[in-house]
Design a protein around this ligand. Sequence first.
Ligand code: PLP
Length: 451
Amino acid sequence: MFTHAELVDASKKHLWLPFTQMKDYDENPLIIESGDGVKVKDTEGKEYYDGFSSVWLNVHGHRKKELDEAIRNQLDKISHSTLLGMTNVPATELAERLVHITPKGLDRVFYSDSGATAVEIAIKMAFQYWRNIGVEGKDRFITMKNGYHGDTVGAVSVGSIDLFHQIYQPLLFESFKVSYPYVYRHPSGDAETCLKECLQELKETLEANHEVTAALIVEPMMQGAGGMIRMPEGFLSSVKRLCKEYNVLVIFDEVATGFGRTGKMFACEHEHVVPDILTAGKGITGGYLPIAVTLTSEQIYQAFYADYTEMKTFFHGHSYTGNQLGCAVALANLDLFDHEALVDKVSKKAEFLQNELNDLLNLNHVGDIRQLGFMVGIELVKDKKTKQPFSKEERLGYHVTLQMRKEGMLSRPMGDVLVFMPPLSSTEEELKAMVDIMKTSVWKITENNLS
Ligand SMILES: *Cc1c(COP(=O)(O)O)cnc(C)c1O
């Protein structure tokens, strides 16, 4: 067994962490050793609230008895066998459960192992769908500015966050990018005006390009990594209606928003709309194991169903597709959603949370708070009146988050937008404690009241 010092040393010498400037890590190393409920503990014994659900994954807290047991039970049968040309027991049961809990019209489940792969699959399915039914030229995609769909090259091609994506431009296929309704940063500051303008832009893009467009991809209700930006009411349903009008498929990327995060099982339920393809991941296993899914309509599935020699097969798959341990824990996760009426509870506790968060608006540098369920972004600004941001060099969001770590809570900002994504099981007491840590940390850093 390594000591704490040996672990830190080894991590600095040999690890390369995702989305991390390793120079930052070297200055502030952190190694998690265990977790229990909504807290994790590092190798020095310090405890932290998991204020971002271990990057948007965790649902019932860590070491949830029922989930641990589901994996142990599955281990006694088998850990993994392939889904190429055959299936397994939990993957089959989970497919049926998923079709039941997703909006009506999504009848087929294709497994993979991360949000990015679920998106790759959605893109390739949409593309091949048109080929398979004999429609030529629908090869392109429409995406939203600041959209995020994962880090593989296809997913980055439909992504639009300059900080992450710009450098790879020469590697990517080009997508049409339309504005996402970001009310706080819209010149009018008015939801209705912002929504109308964005819909007009989408309509014009569809009008000009529908014949070459296979599908539109969007994060429903809440744009996550782009800065926790909440759509005004009516936008999502209008997007769906316009795409239908122009014969363009719709992909809802629910990797972040799915599984109760926004106070509905899936975010698209807020507007009663169903996509042609839906991707989900993150919370699907309660935050335990890497399973993701791409669900689609029977209509799309049927376009691939033919004699082998017609060459309509979907030639895509990953080694660990449909992994039994992952599917078993996903099934136990869904049982817990049922037994604990978790989605209703999140939606109720979200009102409590909103009240607690409101307090933050009294701070001089909190410009905007955007919330849907347990998905929250807090935008810090230099000047509240003019909405002027802090300079990038100041890295305010980063420093506030480091302060939060000192105060006993983990999260990760997007620029100067603080992220609050607590486990769905968090109690009101725990939510309050976490919001208090954010409040203290914002105050200490923005007012230079470090102690
Ligand atoms: C996190 C995320 C992804 C990527 O998921 P990974 O499992 O990290 O590959 C895709 N889409 C959205 C909306 C996400 O939030």
